[in-house]
Design a protein around this ligand. Structure first.
Ligand code: FBP
Length: 341
């Protein structure tokens, strides 16, 4: 990327312009998705500013409440959640909202209702807030075909039904990665303009990877295929060099690196967490959607992650996602394990 030329570039591809271009490919489109996305972008900009000034603005630390996951809520969690709910409802384009921070789904009142359902984690990786490590917002979008009374079934749909997904990473720079079904694109916030500018066009995840990412602290409780794959990463028997371990413990940051550099990000099931830790609707599905649209794969240990049909809004699932060939290896290990039984 020639930053010097960039500095003089006048024809800026902002995220709004990008999505409007995408929209123009669908003559029947009424612009509802563009309006919805502009409200999500507003939420990301607000959270980005709050995260940047968290230490200064006493936004660090606990809010004193506990969320549905039994986790102590951080001040920034609560703030981000409120911002996104208000932005999404005020867009007039949503009908059902599911947030990691709220026990129940939010059904939008009829006067402000639209056709989109948004499932989101307003601030993922919040255990990293106080030490300034990259965190992020994750979102997935479903669309319903008619104006029936909203129900939970509108969101308890397989991930492959999503029409769009994305995340916004609050790190050294603020990067929003989005897929509206064809391809994956990354936009970086230019604070001087307050605009997300296209910086990572048409992201393709490398077919193979030199990195594996997993919390090895859980290794003693892993099942055999997971242990075998990590063993292979560390001690390859085919003469290839061992892979590097990279684990930030913030899904957005770990998946962002995996998308750009290749490799695998895994949160497997284990004896302590038989369903893993990550939530299907607003962590596993959006990230699996992006990885697949970038040419990778996402697997649960049993099936393609996006084929899962959730029965509860805060359901958890194991997930292995990343480079196509790496996930093929993991699938083969689980298939072999299956044959033993
Ligand atoms: P929160 O949404 O509650 O922050 O939890 C999700 C998360 O922090 C992910 O971002 C991350 O991948 C994972 O949990 C880390 O879990 P662990 O600390 O068990 O490795």
């Amino acid at each position: 990327m020639d930053h010097a030329a960039d500095a003089h570039r006048t024809d800026l591809m902002t995220i709004t312009r990008f999505v409007l271009n995408e929209q123009s490919k669908y003559p029947e489109s009424r612009g509802d998705f563009t309006i919805l996305l502009s409200h999500i972008v507003l939420g990301c900009k607000f959270v980005c500013t709050s995260v940047n000034k968290a230490g200064l603005a006493k936004l660090i630390g606990l809010a004193g409440e506990t969320n549905i996951q039994g986790e102590e809520q951080k001040k920034l969690d609560v703030l981000s959640n409120e911002v996104f709910i208000k932005a999404l409802v005020s867009s007039g384009r949503t009908r059902v909202l599911v947030s990691e921070e709220d026990e129940n789904a939010i059904f939008v009142e009829s006067s402000k209702r639209g056709r989109y359902c948004v499932v989101f984690d307003p601030l993922d990786g919040s255990s990293n807030i106080d030490c300034g490590v990259s965190i992020g917002t994750i979102f997935g979008i479903y669309m319903v075909k008619d104006d029936h009374e909203p129900t939970l079934d509108d969101v308890l749909q397989p991930g492959k039904q999503m029409v769009a997904a994305g995340y916004c990473m609050y790190g050294s720079s603020c990067t929003l990665v989005l897929s509206t079904g064809t391809g994956v694109n990354g936009f970086t916030l230019d604070p001087s303009l307050g605009e997300f500018i296209l910086t990572h066009p048409d992201i393709k995840i490398p077919k193979k990877g030199k990195i594996y990412s997993v919390n090895e602290g859980n290794a003693k409780n892993w099942d055999a295929p997971t242990a075998a794959y990590v063993e292979k990463c560390k001690f390859p028997k085919d003469g290839s060099s061992s892979k590097s371990l990279r684990y930030i413990g913030s899904m957005v940051a770990d998946v962002h690196r995996t998308l750009l550099y290749g490799g695998t990000f895994m949160y497997p099931a284990d004896k302590k967490n038989p369903n893993g830790k990550l939530r299907v609707l607003y962590e596993v599905f959006p990230m699996s959607f992006l990885i697949e649209k970038a040419g990778g794969q996402a697997f649960t240990g049993k099936q393609r992650a996006l084929d899962l049909v959730p029965t509860k809004i805060h359901e958890r699932s194991p997930v292995f996602l990343g480079s196509y060939d790496e996930i093929e290896e993991i699938k083969a290990l689980y298939a072999a394990e299956g044959q033993k039984k």
